[in-house]
Ligand binder design. Sequence first.
Ligand code: KG4
Ligand code: ZN
Length: 335
Amino acid sequence: MGVLILGIETSCDETAAAVVTDGQRVMSNVVASQAELHRCFGGVVPEVASRRHIETLNPVIATALAEAGLGFDDLNAIAVTQGPGLLGSLLVGLMAAKSLSFALKIPLIAVNHIEAHIYANFLLGEEISFPFVAMVVSGGHTDIVYARSHSEMRLVGQTLDDAAGEAFDKVARFLGLGYPGGPVIESLARKGNPEAIPLPRAFLEEGSLDTSFSGLKTAVVNHINRSRQKGEEVDLSDVAASFQAAVVEILVTKALAAVETYGAKALLLAGGVAANGHLRDVMLTRMRMQDVKVVIPPPALCTDNAAMVAAAGYYRYLRGDFAPLEINAAAGLSL
Ligand code: KG4
Ligand code: ZN
């Protein structure tokens, strides 16, 4: 029957549980999003998020098992996101995972959320060989990871200020488009001209794999304020398209630099921002020109989910890398 792992993910505002066989076959993947709950605040309110996780997690786990046609006794291990993320939210998932591990007498596997995003790419049935470069672009991270093997993953680039998704969210909030910002900006951008507004691209110093998006965000804000002062009409589609084009150019440039620096043959894209169609298109085209294989999960596996946690957990399971019941949630956990 293979190794059946229950994944649990509660690091931010998605309550998620999934069952994955052998790190690749998704038996069920249940995600209860809290986006609606936080929308009126323009972003995730940590205290509200953790309370909702408490209410939602047990039914989500029950649904994940039911959809997989399995019972608790069929499971071989519990994999859970230990961090990084919101401490109160992480604790809910971790406590549930510990309880299940203890009660069922099966191993507890602690997974890093960034690592989990990368492993969403292993659920696609694609051949992925090492070394590869992964780019995790989410609401909290713009991480470039160099992976030599399943147990040797190193952070080689990160954002110096805002994460890529955070920039989407902040610009959307400023434009009054609501939360989360990525999907709204993407759909507005389809009607806009990406060259309408000249916006800065911060590439930082030569060779750097770090990113910075706060200057770009400020430039968008300044452009709108200036236009409004002059009484000019602001075309939000043009703003969205120009902003999105700048973010995508920065990300693709950094990904290309990383692949070249490390001689990688594959680029794995992951995280909520990887759901962006323009980013996917440009990344595929530019990497193909360099003969680099690109792997990108479908949008539902890019945003937070527990199948990716179970997939990452599988490779730790194979190594016998289990966590003791004393482990704590780690809001700032690094790779
Ligand atoms: O990975 P994720 O679901 O949660 C975190 O771990 O942060 O990523 C959420 C982020 C949000 O900032 C959201 O605006 C962004 O991903 N996002 C997108 C798109 N869909 C979600 N950004 C750009 N284009 C999209 N289509
Ligand atoms: Zn995430």
